[in-house]
Design a protein around this ligand. Structure first.
Ligand SMILES: [Zn+2]
Length: 447
């Protein structure tokens, strides 16, 4: 039977409605695909290659969790799965970078070194071409943090044994994912943009308040430094098919304190971005959120809203910021791709703490974008300072929690104020040494 134009358009409208109300992952129709294949930047040439890979890393057993010293027992359930995800990028000259993000408390130096050695051996990628970032979720498993491998005696301790078993398994997964992401690379259009999100707040006390002020010794500090930028780098295939996004935010993933595995707000944000984009990979890269917490935080603050609901709300507002970045004139990411990885020795004033080789990584995408990845829990001052000092034609994106995990890295400002994030005992020279390394690597890539 031949359908009249009216009947046909009614049928098409019904099909579109069905597509909207059903899950695209479960039931992909031509209608869905036509919708999801629309390029967001058709004027940008597909001169890059991009590939994504992912794996679930939720521990198979309920082992001890990381993040809060007050935990008195292992995990007891699962709210959401935990993931490791890899993005491989290659410019026309064949230069590559693989960025691995994980729903995890941190990337210890030992993990970084062991993974980098295997990645070089198995995939031929040098340390400058590998960036490892952890979301710092406080509802993930404890990792093995020491530089050296555990000996038999250390493994007699059940907690250490579980952490090592998990960490060594994860290391193998990450090495495999790097290879899978490189193998998945296809011609791609790369764009980036920056939007904003508002739930992070400086969690330190306001040291400017007089001693007798009622809030003098209490955090958070709504007037304190924050970095609420949400940078987002998006890859789509030549035909417009969305491949994935790497996005960042500088805020602790500490909405939840339960005994259930979860990626916290960052896990929900990734899930929301992937929900109606079949085959799409969303990766969260933690920023310099050492002194930043999400607010409102924890039950009882908003009547009728549970911790999980609040976490989902923050996840949704972050995913909305990424959607905003997609939909408001994203900019082309240009070549050449240049990458540098270096270490700078930092000292401690605290007696008994040996000097530490601190990793700094700089990635330059032509004159469009510069990505700086710093180790451990850097406070927001580093992000703001790097953006100020590298300001120019290219956008600046600063990640923390990358390639190392040794506790808070305070700025001189915070060292002078004192308080929680200053207690790690880094010497006053730390900020200047890290900044000098950032500038050194940045200039090295200019040549
Ligand atoms: Zn932390």
């Amino acid at each position: 039977m031949r359908l009249s134009p009216l009947v046909f358009s009614l049928a098409a409208a019904a099909a579109a409605l069905l597509a909207l109300t059903s899950s695209p992952r479960a039931q992909s129709t031509d209608q869905d695909e036509a919708t999801s294949y629309k390029s967001i930047a058709p004027h940008v040439e597909a001169t890059w290659k991009a590939g994504f890979a992912r794996a679930t890393i939720t521990p198979e057993r309920f082992i001890w969790m990381a993040g809060y010293g007050a935990r008195d027992r292992p995990a007891e359930g699962k709210l959401t799965d935990l993931y490791a995800k890899a993005l491989a990028l290659e410019d026309e000259a064949g230069t590559k970078i693989v960025i691995v993000t994980m729903d995890l408390i941190g990337v210890s130096k030992g993990m970084r070194l062991r993974i980098a050695a295997e990645v070089e051996k198995q995939h031929g990628l040098g340390p400058e071409s590998l960036l490892l970032n952890a979301s710092h979720t406080h509802t993930g498993p404890e990792i093995y943090r020491k530089l050296d491998l555990p000996d038999e005696k250390a493994l007699e301790n059940a907690k250490t044994r579980d952490a090592w078993e998990f960490t060594s398994g994860l290391e193998k997964i990450v090495v495999r994912l790097v290879g899978e992401a490189v193998a998945a690379m296809e011609p791609a259009r790369l764009t980036w943009n920056e939007a904003r999100c508002g739930f992070s707040m400086n969690r330190r006390r306001n040291y400017d308040l007089p001693e007798d002020h009622p809030n003098a010794k209490r955090g958070p500090n709504p007037a304190g430094p924050v970095d609420q930028a949400v940078p987002a780098l998006r890859a789509e295939a030549e035909d417009g098919r969305p491949l994935g996004v790497l996005f960042g935010y500088a805020c602790h993933t500490t909405c939840l304190g339960s005994y259930e595995w979860s990626g916290d707000y960052a896990g929900f944000a990734q899930a929301y971005l992937e929900e109606f984009r079949p085959g799409f990979t969303a990766q969260f890269m933690a920023g310099c959120g050492g002194d930043q917490n999400p607010y409102p935080r924890r039950s009882g603050v908003v009547p009728g809203i549970s911790d999980v609901m609040l976490t989902q709300q923050h996840g949704r507002s972050l995913s909305n910021a990424v959607e905003m970045a997609f939909s408001t004139h994203p900019k082309p990411v240009t070549a050449p791709l240049k990458t540098a990885y270096g270490e700078v020795t930092v000292d401690f004033d605290k007696p008994g703490r040996a000097p530490h080789d601190y990793p700094v990584q700089v990635v330059r995408f032509g004159d469009s974008l510069t990505l700086v990845a710093l180790g451990s829990e850097v406070v927001v001052d580093y992000s703001l300072r790097i953006k100020r000092e590298l300001a120019g034609k290219a956008g600046v994106w600063v990640a923390g929690y990358s390639n190392d995990y040794t506790g808070y890295v305070p700025s001189v400002r915070i060292q002078e104020e004192g308080g929680y994030e200053a207690a790690t005992g880094y010497a006053r020279s730390t900020e200047e040494r890290i900044m000098a390394k950032v500038h050194e690597l940045y200039r090295e890539l200019e040549e």
